[in-house]
Ligand binder design. Sequence first.
Ligand code: ACO
Length: 324
Amino acid sequence: MKNIYSRIAGTGSALPEKVLTNQDLEKMVDTTDEWIRTRTGIERRHIAAEHETNLDFCEQAARNAMQAAGVGPDDIDLVIVGTTTPDQVFPNMGCLLQQRMGMHGCPAFSLEAACAGFIYALDIGDKYIRAGSARCALIVGGETLSRMTDYTDRGTCVLFGDGAGAVVLQPADQPGIISTHLHADGKYADLLYFPSGVSKKPEDFLAGRDFIRMKGNEVFKIAVHKLGDIVVEALKTNNMPPEQLDWLVPHQANLRIIEATARKLKMPMERVILTIQEHGNTSTASVPMALDVAVRDGRIQRGQTILLEAFGGGFTWGAALIRY
Ligand code: ACO
């Protein structure tokens, strides 16, 4: 029997209209446009309006990806949404997306792996397709981090933005997803976290008194190290020299982290997809949004080899080597 692989049949993304610039932030906390640009690479980020939710962006990103793939709601037979900011605890975001889009009966679930959530979801979607358990998987990464950001804390509020990205996976004779690589290490839980939840300190959670906490400097160093290792792991597994990569699509957390990963791969920055200046850090949405931007502006072409990578709270980290 022929091997089944999965391939990305279409990509999509969605951003809130509202923009928060570095100049806006200068009026809110003790910071400067210059500090934010030189330390992070971020110039502006999109923020959900009060009436908008994560689901709105996930829906739009999903519709765009499905249109690009030429598939409709009846074709989708698996929905996975990576997110740490779901609209509700349950129904899960996959089910809420089904309800919005008129999909009925297929498995649908959310997955929480912070900024690496989309890579985790892609890994699972790929395995469903390879196993023959799905033929048209909708994989979404969506986030409204602004809803868990303290806009009086200059150490975090300059970083985060909102948005969603999506891909449709379908079976193929040749690998589209060549390999995926996932890691996690809970020993770093205290370096980047959201303190409360439904079960722990629910009063703070329900009162909206809690925000993202991060020891930025320590996170930075470990992110550089782990991402450097995982891109090498992805290439070594496939005996692929870095010169064969057409594009690096990195998690957009900090331009300096991205530059360090590109250096590790000896890739010039012209072959790295950057959206951080416009999007900020959108956690699990950042990789699929960057992928979609570069597909739609024509930089990423069919047949090219692309490395996706992400790192986030947990810590969780992952990479996917793909032939688009
Ligand atoms: N404006 C001006 N000064 C600031 C700001 C700001 N917005 N934020 C911090 N500073 C100050 C600090 O107070 C400190 O001042 P001090 O020296 O007087 O104490 C100084 O700048 C340096 O602070 P550092 O934290 O050492 O700055 P650093 O160069 O590390 O940059 C940053 C901070 C941008 C947060 C960086 O550490 C980073 O990007 N970390 C990684 C973030 C990340 O990758 N997160 C993972 C994904 S996110 C997720 O999973 C949800």
